[in-house]
Design a protein around this ligand. Structure first.
Ligand code: SAM
Length: 237
């Protein structure tokens, strides 16, 4: 895994920009993930080379989508830590909150953060629609990120409340997300956002291209959002 990650980072133009020990640390994280995955459902990806590419390098493609140095980021529906944990390793001055509603995954993440010796990163157990109403989390972050959690309309309601005005939401999607983005435009506006751009990136060592949807927060999210999950699903914005 380490060699694939190192050469992949070079292909992404990140060699020399990320810490020297980042490939080794990400490979160690990948090994811990695969080991635990034998007894706990953490990922459908089970081959080390795929963990290196489709998890670690996929997350690394975010690096040139924003300036993360010294900023704060919440990873909503982080699962086994993607994309927040690789981003922390690759941009160590970024302060990261990993949020997930499954406590077993959050417990494993807390142990893994300790095992990797990382500081300035925490794993929090909770539902995004509840944390987004909590003053300790609401409008506190420079960035929110999410991969493989929900349709963009719902995801914007889950993620935009966490952002400070001027902050950005990075939604990791496939390249077939055109309709999904179009349908999310009213929600983005209502929640205080503005669609800023779409960035396509080829994941090194694969033929797979993913798309990052960038949403800038330009005004505070109205008090009544996020709504309860059932309500969001029943009446998406
Ligand atoms: N982001 C990770 C990735 O790309 O590998 C995990 C994706 S997994 C398919 C979706 C995760 O989102 C699950 O771990 C689930 O528990 C979490 N999740 C779903 N809805 C959530 C919510 N409303 N609040 C917090 N976490 C949520």
């Amino acid at each position: 895994m380490e060699a694939l990650i190192r050469t992949g980072l070079a292909q992404l133009g990140q060699a020399g920009r990320v810490p020297e020990d980042a490939p080794a640390l990400l490979a160690r994280y990948g090994a811990l993930l695969l080991e635990k995955n034998r007894v706990m459902n953490l990922t459908a990806i089970t081959q080390p080379q795929d963990v290196a590419t489709l998890h670690m390098l996929d997350c690394a493609t975010l690096l040139d989508c924003a300036r993360f140095e010294g900023k704060t980021l919440i990873d909503v529906g982080t699962g086994a830590g993607f994309p927040g944990l690789p981003l922390k390793v690759l941009a160590p001055s970024l302060e990261v909150t990993l949020l997930d509603s499954l406590s077993k995954r959050v417990d494993w993440l807390s142990q893994t953060i300790g095992a990797l010796g990382l500081e300035g990163i925490r794993a929090v157990h909770g539902r995004a629609e509840e944390a987004g109403r909590d003053p300790a989390f609401r409008e506190r972050f420079d960035f929110a990120a999410a991969r493989a959690v929900a349709d963009l309309r719902l995801l914007c309601e889950l993620c935009l409340p966490f952002l400070k005005v001027g902050g950005r939401f990075l939604a990791m999607k496939g390249t077939d997300c055109g309709d999904e983005v179009d349908k999310a435009l009213p929600a983005i506006q209502v929640l205080g956002g503005r669609l800023e751009g779409r960035i396509d990136r080829l994941i090194p060592h694969t033929g797979v291209t993913h798309r990052v949807i960038l949403v800038e927060k330009i005004s505070p999210t109205p008090e009544k959002y996020p709504r309860r999950w059932a309500k969001m699903q029943k009446a998406p914005l």
